[in-house]
Design a protein around this ligand. Structure first.
Ligand code: DC
Length: 218
């Protein structure tokens, strides 16, 4: 089974692009951020503090994850909407920084990748989880563009919200990129695409062309 890895910071367009590439190739799609969010949500629900790596690792190990194209089922319950709540976003980077959590989720992700050809979206997929992915893409965009996209996605409007979003995205990027355990990384052999000035269709066209060039077709 083949993997296309799509990594990059928050708001670079990973989800939109990964979905479209999966649809174009007839492959599955896996959102690994939703798995980290699901662990953070379960920790909040159970009162497990975001700084206790051992307890969070054990929690991650105890959960069953069934990722869907549009969301995620955890222990049989659809938590797709709840994992997007702001209180989850606020703690997820801290939860995702623990090596105990990352080891469990990386293994689950590799298990899922063995079942089907899949486009996997995350932060460390090409660099750490599936280093032999047939294609590695690193999507990036300016902070202002990423914040504006997030603002539109959330249906928010004013400039104050824009500034707050920029600050929170920058803080999350910093936390994700500076952690010791498999940080947000650009694999040396990744195709880097800056999406600041590109529309979605153009980015998808480029990724699909790279996939075809590597023989990754249906
Ligand atoms: O893509 P997202 O915003 O839903 O990801 C949520 C958090 O999970 C993000 O702050 C970083 C973390 N994450 C990670 O550490 N490794 C991944 N492969 C995917 C997400």
């Amino acid at each position: 089974m083949s993997v296309i890895a799509i990594d990059g910071p928050a708001g670079a367009g990973k989800s939109t692009v990964a979905h479209a590439v999966a649809a174009a190739l007839g492959w599955s799609y896996l959102d690994t951020g939703a798995m980290y969010r699901a662990v953070a949500l379960a920790a909040l629900d159970r009162g497990i503090p975001p700084d206790s790596g051992d307890a969070l690792g054990a929690l991650a190990r105890s959960l069953s994850f069934e990722p869907r194209s549009e969301g995620i089922i955890v222990d049989g319950v659809d938590v797709s909407a709840r994992v997007r709540h702001e209180r989850v976003t606020a703690v997820v980077s801290q939860v995702a920084a623990h090596p105990e959590v990352r080891a469990v989720l990386a293994q689950r992700q590799r298990d899922l990748a063995r079942r089907a050809d899949v486009v996997i979206e995350g932060r460390d997929i090409g660099a750490a989880v599936v280093p032999d992915a047939v294609l590695k893409v690193y999507l990036t965009a300016s902070l202002a563009t990423r914040a504006a996209r997030r603002r539109d996605q959330l249906g928010l409007g004013d400039a104050t919200t824009g500034e707050a979003l920029e600050a929170s995205l920058a803080a999350r990027d910093e936390a994700d990129a500076s952690r010791a355990a498999s940080p947000l990384t650009r694999a040396p052999d990744a195709v880097v695409i800056d999406t600041t000035e590109l529309d979605v269709d153009e980015v998808v066209r480029r990724v699909v062309a790279e996939a075809h060039a590597r023989g990754a077709t249906r």
